[in-house]
Design a protein. Structure first.
Length: 116
């Protein structure tokens, strides 16, 4: 079992930054991929970014490339999503996800609201 706890959400103005954290506990294997997804009201949950726990390789949705970065601190079992140049369309609940083959775990989500 893996437990994920997100934090760092809040209300910011367009152009500002936020850093989200995803703290993982439980049986964390090096082959997990840790991802961030988001869901805006009335919309499907969508992929934002992901990082390999093993080698730190990352990928991003086109909508956030160049603005968001993802990193991990293996010693703290924590993944960070640094969000810069935020836009109102980034407003959503952000969820952390850990996946390895058929095993998928989700956090409870953290709200990010960007005002124009």
């Amino acid at each position: 079992q893996v437990q994920l706890v997100e934090s760092g959400g809040g209300l910011v103005q367009a152009g500002e930054s936020l850093r989200l954290s995803c703290a993982a506990s439980g049986r964390i294997f090096s082959r997990y991929t840790i991802g961030w997804f988001r869901q805006a009201p009335g919309k499907e949950r969508e992929f934002v970014a992901a990082i390999s726990w093993y080698d730190g390789s990352a990928n991003f949705a086109d909508s956030v490339k160049g603005r968001f970065t993802i990193s991990r601190d293996n010693a703290k079992n924590t993944v960070y999503l640094q969000m810069n140049s935020l836009k109102p369309e980034d407003t959503a609940v952000y969820y952390c996800n850990a996946a390895l083959l058929s095993q998928v775990y989700w956090g409870q989500g953290t709200q990010v609201t960007v005002s124009s």
